[in-house]
Structures are given as C-alpha cells and as structure tokens.
Design a protein around this ligand. Structure first.
Ligand code: TYD
Length: 222
C-alpha cells in the first residue's frame, strides 16, 4: 500500500483556514479522494481535553514552555491515533495547524525561538513533515482586524471564550506573522504562501492548484 499524503493548513487566527479546509475536503471528496480531516490542538479525545485546557481564558496563565509541551503532547497523540494510521492506509490527511503553528506562536509569538521548537519536533514527531503546507497569510493589518472581529462575535454569541490567544497584543501577532514568513522563505519546497487580500474563491483556487500540482500529479497519490 503506497503511503498517503500529509497536507497542513496554517495561518493566523481569522485567516480563513477553517473555511478553506472544508472546501478543500469537499473538492477532494468529489474526486473520491476521501481525506481524513483533523485539527490541532484537538482531533482526539485526549487532544480535545488539552485544547480545552489551552484555550480556556479563565485558566491560570500557562508558562510558554508548558504551552509548547502541551501542544506537542496533543500532536504526539494525534500522530499515534489519527495521522500515522491514515497515512499508512494510503489516505490524504488534511490537518488544520501542525508544528509550524508552534514555531510561529510559541517560537515567534512567545519568543521561545525556532531552535527549541524544532528540537522538540524532532524528539516528539521524528521526521514526520507535511508533504505540503498551505500558508494563508493576508496582510498583517487584515489578519488583525479579522481576528479581533471574530473574537468579539464568538464571545457575544456563545458567552464562551476561546480567546486567550486572541486577546494578545498586536506585537504578539506581528511576531507570529513574521515567523510564518520566515518559515515560508526557509522551506519553499514544502510551504506554499497564499498572500494578499484575496476572496474566498480565489484562495480556494490557489489551494486546489497547489494540491493538484504538488500532491496529485507529483505522485504522492495515484
Ligand atoms: P485554532 O482553533 O486552530 O484557531 P483558528 O480557528 O483561529 O485557526 O487554534 C487555536 C489557537 O491555538 C490559535 O490561536 C493558535 C494556537 N496554537 C498555538 O499557539 N500553538 C500551536 O502549536 C497550535 C497548534 C495552535
């Protein structure tokens, strides 16, 4: 059985990742590619508990290294329970966030640095790397506006608050944004940067083009 393909979506909060991953999954299903869709943090029962712990703004402040370790605990569980079995079964895995998020948010945003995050990745994830990463990175200003908007709307509608990250200051988001750009520049073979103020349809088209070229015709999948 040929191994499947591992595709990740990355970007700042409010970048439209969730909409795009849904559309990509539907596009694939129409072509009988039957992807496994998952997200981080979360995606397994253990991961959902870690997610609740991390995103609950009422929780006591989590130290940056503890936060990073929890992200990797979640990831280790997802790799064992969802990602590796699916890849071994020849499936395409679509994952909403992976180690690039930890490098951008904890490495950049929380200033732990890339080296610490990448070392932890090596220890926990071995050499598992996405075959393709779609990085949605509109301008910093547009990203900030959308994140702020979404946070206000969600809190008003649900009374719940997943907003611990979203309450961070602009300087935090600027560091995250810059780290994402750094990752894209460092690994152009893996990371496709989708930038500019594009419509949902335009982003979808670019995603489909990248997946078609780099995964479907590149022989990751028959
Ligand atoms: P998510 O629910 O995917 O937010 P969004 O829908 O906006 O993409 O992710 C929750 C938050 O967790 C998000 O602010 C990014 C953060 N995060 C990290 O800080 N480090 C990580 O390793 C991951 C996976 C997420």
């Amino acid at each position: 059985m040929p191994r499947g393909a591992f595709i990740t979506l990355e970007g700042l909060d409010g970048s439209g990742k969730t909409t795009q991953i849904r559309r990509l999954a539907i596009w694939m299903q129409k072509r009988s590619l039957d992807p496994v869709v998952t997200r981080q943090p979360g995606g397994t029962p253990t991961g959902d508990r870690i997610r609740a712990l991390l995103l609950d703004s009422g929780a006591t402040a989590v130290a940056p290294l503890a936060e990073m370790a929890l992200m990797f605990a979640d990831r280790a569980q997802a790799i064992a329970e969802v990602i590796e079995p699916a890849l071994a079964a020849g499936k395409i895995v679509l994952c909403d966030r992976f180690t690039d998020s930890t490098e951008a948010y904890q490495g950049g945003g929380r200033e732990l640095g890339s080296a610490t995050v990448l070392e932890m990745h090596r220890l926990v994830c071995g050499n598992l790397q996405p075959d393709l990463t779609l990085l949605l990175l509109p301008s910093l200003q547009a990203s900030l506006d959308r994140a702020r908007h979404r946070n206000q709307r969600t809190s008003a509608q649900t009374g719940q608050d997943e907003g611990r990250f979203e309450q961070e200051k602009e300087s935090f988001y600027r560091r995250v944004w810059q780290k994402y750009r750094e990752i894209a520049a460092r690994e152009p073979e893996r990371v496709v940067l989708i930038e500019g103020n594009l419509t949902i349809d335009e982003v979808h088209e670019q995603i489909v083009e990248a997946v078609s070229e780099r995964i479907l015709t590149a022989g990751h999948r028959a």
